[in-house]
Design a protein around this ligand. Structure first.
Ligand code: PEP
Ligand code: MG
Length: 567
């Protein structure tokens, strides 16, 4: 929504902080070279141009892969190297040559040759279909080179550039693999809800972000904007004074937070361990730097995105041990592979066409189809923890009922995992939490999915951001029975990172909070400013409200300490 008079655009603020700079957008689509385009007869020159463009794209992807590794993103490196291999595929080159010999231009021949593979992939199950986007990206890069058009994808910083605000329709994990946080001062996307992976990535990188901003992609490159990731606003052409004031407000908040160290607790000493969400060993440093008492969610599938083959036992063990070793006196909650829907894994394809992947075979449902993969992961975890003092807890995603909880607990026992748990992210599991509780040692509320399923609002659809709001009283009504079911119940969804909601969750009986590391200091400070009783009153007021907005407002009335945090 735009407030035309003030030049302020409004979306959903998903990662706090302010960033000001010129807009740089992900270039728009590369046009299809017209069908039937014929070259002038010099087939050899066309062929050299086409194969040269493919090689240049491959080399560029590899180079970006190396840079991804340098900025601490080995998964990104793998994705980009896999794309480089696709560009160098000999079968693809043969298809291109054959078309050029037949008189087709280099650009059209490349376009059509990719089309052959595209059709094969599109018909080969959900995961493969998802890879079509990768293929299109490589094709568009090669065609853009041949036609002299701007390269699609994330703009490449050349080091000397002024840091920029990255604007896109949405950001795919592969798009963001090479992003250098020093070059990107903020993200703004048109799509993506508050719990989309763009939002999670932004918080993990500590980059301010606004998602679900209508008209974001209409912002012209070079336009100067001021992004406020807490308020969810983008101010076009801000004055120097406005930028300075926004920065001063953030700096003031940072200085208040400087004193927020130590274990999580309310003002009256009620302990609430504050844990970090991590996607692999690369996130450990930030977790420790922000005082995480352990890990509350290790998203193990992030290690293996875009891998065609299952990771080896030794590889898994190493990736788990690297995180476990970092918290000798804490706990690490590892989630078994959450494959499917928004996190497709190549080596675990969906069993067939799924019209609604979020309601399909994902998480534990997928693992029950592949018990060998689950057993191998649990065994690797058990070996990784051997001889370490850390408390290893292992949980399954997307659990629906007591039978599934029992299945998972038995698989854990078999592998020698002593502390099994389940995520509560399906409304059925929340409503009947008392049935699940006897089967496991702990719960962890996945409020991203719980909100998606409670409000029937796909978390990847930007237009539904207002419904993907964990402040919805119905979501709070589902948190309450889970927190009251007789086993420790943490929260590891993004709701835990909202300082006001964190207090409400504690008031509802939640026993630990886990979030992207940069969010920890503010939540720690918010808890430290309120008593358990204030949190309980805030929770009761929020549940008594009729809308998400009213719930938020009602809770804040009982949380006076938030104001001094600027939260
Ligand atoms: C959740 O659903 O809240 C959660 C923590 O898991 P993910 O975001 O990885 O689905
Ligand atoms: Mg989830």
């Amino acid at each position: 929504m735009a407030d035309a008079a003030s030049g302020v655009l409004r979306g959903a603020g998903v990662s706090p902080g302010v960033g000001a700079g010129p807009v740089r957008s992900i270039a728009g689509a590369v046009p299809e070279p017209p069908a039937g385009s014929r070259h002038g007869g010099d087939a050899a020159a066309e062929r050299d141009a086409a194969l040269g463009a493919l090689e240049a794209v491959a080399a560029d992807l590899e180079e970006r892969g190396t840079r991804a590794a340098e900025v601490g993103n080995p998964v990104g490196e793998e994705v980009l190297n896999a794309q480089a291999l696709m560009a160098r595929d000999p079968g693809l080159a043969d298809e291109v040559r054959a078309r050029i010999e037949g008189g087709t231009t280099a650009a059209r021949a490349v376009y059509e040759a990719f089309g052959v593979y595209r059709d094969l992939l599109a018909g080969a199950g959900e995961y493969m279909a998802a890879r079509v986007a990768d293929l299109d990206n490589i094709r568009d890069r090669a065609v853009a080179r041949l036609l002299g058009l701007p390269m699609p994808g994330v703009p490449e910083s050349d080091g000397g550039d002024e840091p920029f605000v990255l604007v896109a329709r949405d950001l795919a994990p592969a798009d963001t693999a090479v992003l250098d946080p020093a070059q990107v001062v903020a993200f703004v996307t048109e799509e993506g809800g508050p719990t989309s992976h763009t939002a999670i990535l932004a918080r993990t990188m500590g980059v301010p972000a606004v998602v679900a901003l209508p008209g974001a992609t209409e912002l012209a490159d070079g336009t100067r904007v001021l992004v406020d990731g807490a308020a969810g606003t983008v101010k076009v052409d801000p004055s120097g004074a406005e930028v300075a004031a926004a920065r001063a407000a953030v700096a003031a908040r940072a200085s208040v937070l400087d004193g927020a160290t130590g274990p999580g607790a309310t003002k009256d000493g009620h302990r609430v361990p504050l844990l970090a969400n991590v996607g692999g060993p690369k996130d450990v440093e930030a977790a420790l730097a922000n005082g995480a008492e352990g890990v509350g969610l290790y998203r193990t599938e992030f290690l293996f995105l875009d891998r065609a083959t299952p990771p080896s036992d030794a590889e898994q063990e190493e990736a788990y041990r690297a995180v476990l070793e970092a918290f000798p006196e804490g706990r690490v909650v590892v989630r078994t592979l959450d494959a499917g829907a928004d996190k497709p894994l190549a080596f675990l394809p969906a069993p067939g066409e799924e019209p609604n992947p979020a309601l399909g075979e994902r998480g534990l449902r997928m693992m029950r189809r592949h018990p060998d993969v689950l057993a191998a992961q649990l065994a690797a975890l058990s070996r990784a923890a051997a001889g370490l003092t850390v408390k290893l807890q292992v949980m399954a995603p997307m659990v629906t009922d007591a039978a599934e909880a029992a299945y998972f607990a038995a698989a854990c026992r078999e592998a020698g995992i002593a502390h099994p748990g389940v995520m509560i992210e399906v409304p059925a599991a929340a409503l009947r939490a008392r049935d699940l509780a006897p089967e496991v040692e702990f719960f962890s509320l996945g409020t991203n999915d719980l909100t998606q399923y409670t409000c029937a609002a796909d978390r990847q659809v930007g237009g539904l951001a207002h419904l993907q709001d964990p402040w919805q009283p119905a979501v709070l009504d589902l948190v309450a029975p889970a927190a009251d079911a007789g086993v420790p119940c943490g929260v590891c969804g993004e709701a835990a990172a909202d300082p006001a909601l964190a207090c409400v969750l504690v008031g509802l009986g939640v026993t630990s909070l886990s979030m992207s590391a940069p969010s920890l200091p503010l939540v720690r400070a918010a808890l430290a400013r309120h008593t358990l009783d204030q949190c309980r009153r805030a929770a009761a007021a929020a549940r008594a409200a009729r809308t998400a907005g009213q719930a938020h407002e009602a809770a804040r009335d009982h949380l006076p300490g938030l104001a001094e945090l600027g939260a």
